[in-house]
Design a protein around this ligand. Structure first.
Ligand SMILES: Nc1ncnc2c1ncn2[C@@H]1O[C@H](COP(=O)(O)OP(=O)(O)OP(=O)(O)O)[C@@H](O)[C@H]1O
Ligand SMILES: [Mg+2]
Length: 318
């Protein structure tokens, strides 16, 4: 059965369409909802988790309608919000015990010990949650989310503010939960993580889904390769068929080409003939960042957007 279905799901705050006619079908997968600040990610999650009533449209989780059967929906889901969801003045173990009792779990203490073990928190179980690192706190929140063995877990920005190691660790846990058969619906701003760990992603902008598919599919739709050229001295412009100059930052210049490996030597030659002194050239395939920026850019193109897009192209490692 489809884990999450949204049919023209819409939320208006006054005149603002925070979520606008969202259609989604999520299976037992890791699904990432990506989008700029204020694009409607949290609003979507709140509606899907029954915490916010939609203006129009419908949503169902594991076959249960979020408005007509909210109790059944809540039984099969967990939600870890963007903000802190644990009581800082209780120990990790106490936090979990409250949850286990709330859900009426038989043998709550055994369940709590099991979850502390899974989330690598056994050693710190008796310390106050406020003494935990960001990564430990996130693992405690994940443990809470697992208390009643949900089928679908919603995670709003699960790796926000964590260091690289802690983020990787959280992803390993998320991956393991999915392998056990849980559907993961998460939001993130980290494109590289979404690319690596999500089976499919949806990109949302101004409440509308502007791209949907596996990271590989979305990247494949962007035919263009990005060529970055570092010059010594000024740039004398060159014109080549199929080559588009995208912008400049310092002495680095970016171009896109449909076939990068063919275009690279032609560009090198043309640059030389025009009197440019080339220090370095590099080629890379489009990334999910490019997909994101192109999809979101299509919708809004704010002032300075091209410049931002260009900086991101240059500053990413190949
Ligand atoms: N309770 C509310 N009342 C009025 N407007 C709201 C409310 N909640 C959200 N909004 C607006 O709806 C839009 C979507 O907000 P939302 O929090 O869903 O974005 P988001 O994608 O989660 O952003 P972020 O990446 O910053 O977490 C924003 O313009 C926001 O200001
Ligand atoms: Mg949000």
């Amino acid at each position: 059965m489809t884990s999450i279905l949204a049919d023209n799901l819409t939320k208006k705050f006054g005149d603002l369409y925070a979520v606008d006619s969202l259609n989604l079908a999520v299976e037992k997968e890791i699904f990432g909802l990506l989008g700029p600040n204020g694009s409607g990610k949290t609003t979507t999650v709140l509606m899907l988790t029954t915490l916010l009533a939609q203006t129009t449209g419908t949503a169902s989780i594991c076959g249960h309608d979020t408005r007509r059967e909210p109790d059944l929906v809540r039984e099969c889901i967990s939600y870890v919000p963007q903000e802190m969801a644990v009581d800082p003045n209780l120990t990790g173990r106490e936090n979990l015990l409250i949850f286990a009792r709330l859900y009426g779990i038989p043998n709550p203490k055994d369940k709590v010990d099991e979850l502390l073990g899974i989330m690598e928190l056994t050693d710190r179980a008796h310390d106050l949650a406020k003494t935990y690192s960001g990564g430990m706190r996130r693992r405690l929140e994940l443990a809470e989310a697992l208390v009643h063995e949900p089928e679908v877990i919603f995670l709003d920005e699960p790796t926000l503010g964590l260091d690289v190691g802690a983020r990787q660790n959280i992803w390993q846990h998320i991956h393991a939960l999915n392998k056990k058969g849980m559907t993961i619906f998460m939001t993130t701003h980290y494109m590289d993580e979404a690319d690596k760990y999500c089976d499919r992603v949806g990109i949302i902008s101004h409440g509308k889904v502007v791209a949907l598919g596996s990271p590989a599919e979305l990247k494949a739709r962007l035919m263009n390769t990005v060529i970055t050229v570092t010059l010594e001295g000024n740039y004398s412009p060159v014109q080549l068929d199929g080559l588009v100059f995208v912008g400049q930052s310092g002495n680095a210049y970016a171009f896109t080409a449909e076939n990068g490996s063919e275009a690279l030597p032609l560009l090198a030659d043309a640059l030389g003939r025009a009197g440019n002194r080339v220090k370095a050239m590099s080629l890379r395939e489009p990334s999910l960042d490019d997909v994101f920026l192109q999809s979101v850019g299509k919708q809004e193109e704010p002032r300075g957007f091209e410049e931002m897009k260009f900086r991101m192209m240059l500053h990413r490692r190949h």
